[in-house]
Structure formats: structure tokens, C-alpha cells
Write a protein that binds this ligand. Structure first.
Ligand code: ATP
Length: 326
């Protein structure tokens, strides 16, 4: 990619405002171990309208600077958004020299360490934003290839919508839109789950069930394509989708964190289409057929649990990935 031509003139200072949606997992199955130490996964990922907003602009300083309105988030090199900018500078050093550094401002709306890919979507937005500012003309697959170097959820966050994700989660097969459905998300303020912890705990407890041979992994991966959940998605059948939600990581998180298990039971009692923990949690979501229904469910669960530490968000499913704000 270094072969791109760079413009030998003083570039104007450009700025883009980007919308970076969160994701939920409609399906997460752990198939086995990979030689690179990651897990072999089969997932169905879904973007939701709950989104961070990022402002990306060139700054003429040869530095990357990052500002974030969330007090617990690092504003340094450990922030995934920063690392995305750093990756672009390393991949395109001549263009970086020409345009200068990047200012990133993150307005954080997605809860952190919540299983909603908040960090990944910020990184995806930075890749898309720098592609625009530097006029690189990289295609979506090229940006996704770069994103996969930083994190397995980033390729999905770039394109968004509804997709089957296999491998580490970076191999995507897009499905049709499901943007007629709504979700209620609930998360305890004081609870965050480390994704590596959840996967390690799963390996410890269920490692003996892992499929080890390549053929076995291939056939498990193929099963999802012809399986009932994909069929329900194709038919936009909310009731069937709700019944078929699945997340293997619930097997380690629910017994460990009783509040999450209680939250999931409370959602189920309201008779929603379906309820599930997203990713490695601790966010639990409930699928609803309308916004009105989502509001009722939020009210009922909030009254049932009655804990001020419990936060709710209502969001629509969306077919959009990273978007430039109008
Ligand atoms: P995933 O679902 O992709 O596993 P998550 O939603 O569980 O991710 P994140 O919100 O992405 O979790 O945060 C995971 C960790 O990454 C946090 O401990 C946080 O400090 C760190 N992090 C780094 N950069 C960011 C960012 N821009 N936004 C959120 N978290 C970030």
C-alpha cells in the first residue's frame, strides 16, 4: 500500500465528524483454538444505532493527539483509536510527512468494557477518517485488512449491518438488514468484564470440547450458513431470531457474575422476543419488535431490579457501519 502517490503541495487542514456504532452479538459460538493463540469463532454480529462520535482532523504537528470525554478511558497510546492513527502513519509514512499529525476527539456514548466493541468502532472510525483526510482512496476491504491488524472486531465495525463473522471474527459474510428491530441494553455501572478473562475462563472449563481438526472447524463454520438463525434473519422473523440467540460465553460469565444472570432472567420474564449477553458481557440486551415495546421493557426491568447502578439504553438495529456525520 506504500505505493500510493502523495501530493506534493501543502494540504489544507481537513476535518471529519464520524459516527461509530456499537455492535451486539446475535450469536457467538466458540469452536476451538487457533495456532495463533486466538479462538476460532462463529458469530453473527449486528450494528446498533448507539454510537460514539469522533472528530478527526489533521494538525500540522507530526503528532497524534487524542481527547476523550470519558474519564476512565486512556487518552494515550493504549487507546485503540490512537493505535489506529499510529498504524496509518506507519503504513503511509510519506503521506503522514506531507499532511502532518492527527487530532482525534472522542465523544464516548458506548459503555466501556461492555461487550459492545466500543474501542473497535472508535478505531474503525479513525481508519475511515484518515482515509478521507489523506485522500488515500482505500477501498472498504483494504481498510478492513488494515483494521484486522489491530483487532478482530474492527473489520465488522467498518462495514457494520448484520454479518456472519468467522475465523477470529475478521472474516465477514454480510447478511440482509434487520433494521426494523429494537434493543434494550442494560449494564451495571460498576461492572466491566475483560474479554481475555472471559475467553481464558471458557478455555479452562470447556477446552476439552474444542474441535481440533481443520475439517471439523470448516464444517462447524458451514453449519451457521444453512442454520435456523440465518434463515430467520433472511426472513426478518424477529420472533424466531429472538428464540435462536446464543452466546457460549454466558456459560462462564453468568455463574461468575450473578447480577448478569439476574438481569437476563428479568428481561426473559417480560416476554421479549429474546435476551442474551452481548460478546463477553456484562451488557445484556433484549430484542423488541418496536420502540414502544422497548420502553415498556426498560421500565419493567428497572422496577423489577431497582438498582440505581443499572443503566439502560434503547437503540434500533442499523444497517450502517462507520458513517460521515452530515
Ligand atoms: P469487545 O466487545 O470488542 O471485546 P468491549 O466492548 O468489551 O470490546 P471496549 O469498550 O472496547 O470493550 O473496552 C475494552 C478495553 O479497551 C477497556 O478496558 C478500555 O480501557 C480499552 N480501550 C482502549 N481504547 C478504547 C476506546 N477507544 N474505547 C473503549 N475502550 C477502549
Amino acid at each position: 500500500m506504500e505505493s500510493l502517490n502523495w501530493v506534493d503541495s501543502t494540504p489544507e487542514m481537513k476535518s471529519y465528524s464520524l459516527i461509530a456504532p456499537a455492535k451486539i452479538n446475535l450469536y457467538l459460538e466458540i469452536i476451538g483454538d487457533r495456532p495463533d493463540g486466538f479462538h476460532e469463532l462463529v458469530m453473527i454480529l449486528q450494528s446498533i444505532e448507539l454510537a460514539d462520535r469522533l472528530q478527526i482532523k489533521s494538525n500540522n504537528t507530526q503528532k497524534i493527539s487524542l481527547h476523550c470525554n470519558h474519564p476512565q478511558l486512556p487518552a494515550d497510546r493504549t487507546n485503540l483509536a490512537y493505535r489506529a492513527a499510529q498504524l496509518m502513519c506507519e503504513e503511509f509514512p510519506d503521506i503522514y510527512d506531507n499532511y502532518g499529525g492527527i487530532d482525534i476527539t472522542i465523544e464516548k456514548n458506548i459503555p466501556v468494557a461492555a461487550g459492545l466493541a466500543g474501542g473497535s468502532t472508535d478505531a474503525a472510525a479513525v481508519l475511515v477518517g484518515i482515509n478521507l483526510i489523506w485522500e488515500l482512496g482505500l477501498t472498504q476491504p483494504e481498510l478492513q485488512e488494515l483494521g484486522a491488524k489491530l483487532g478482530s472486531d474492527i473489520p465488522f465495525c467498518i462495514s457494520g449491518g448484520t454479518a456472519i463473522a468467522t475465523g477470529k471474527g475478521e472474516q465477514l459474510d454480510p447478511l440482509n438488514d434487520l433494521d426494523h428491530l429494537w434493543v434494550v441494553l442494560a449494564k451495571y455501572n460498576n461492572l466491566g468484564i475483560s474479554t481475555p478473562w472471559a475467553y481464558q475462563a471458557y478455555r479452562q472449563q470447556f477446552g476439552d470440547t474444542y474441535v481440533l481438526d481443520k475439517e471439523g472447524i470448516k464444517s462447524r463454520t458451514a453449519q451457521i450458513h444453512s442454520g435456523p438463525l440465518v434463515s430467520a434473519i433472511i426472513h426478518k422473523d424477529g420472533a424466531a431470531i429472538g428464540k435462536l440467540l446464543h452466546n457460549d460465553l454466558e456459560k462462564v460469565v453468568l455463574p461468575e457474575i450473578p447480577q448478569v444472570a439476574q438481569l437476563r432472567r428479568a428481561f426473559a420474564e417480560t416476554g421479549v422476543l429474546g435476551t442474551m449477553m452481548s460478546g463477553s458481557g456484562p451488557t445484556v440486551f433484549a430484542l423488541c419488535e418496536s420502540e414502544v415495546r422497548a420502553q415498556q421493557v426498560k421500565q419493567e426491568v428497572s422496577e423489577m431490579i431497582g438498582d440505581p447502578e443499572l443503566n439502560f439504553w434503547i437503540s434500533k438495529l442499523t444497517s450502517a457501519g462507520i458513517q460521515v456525520a452530515s
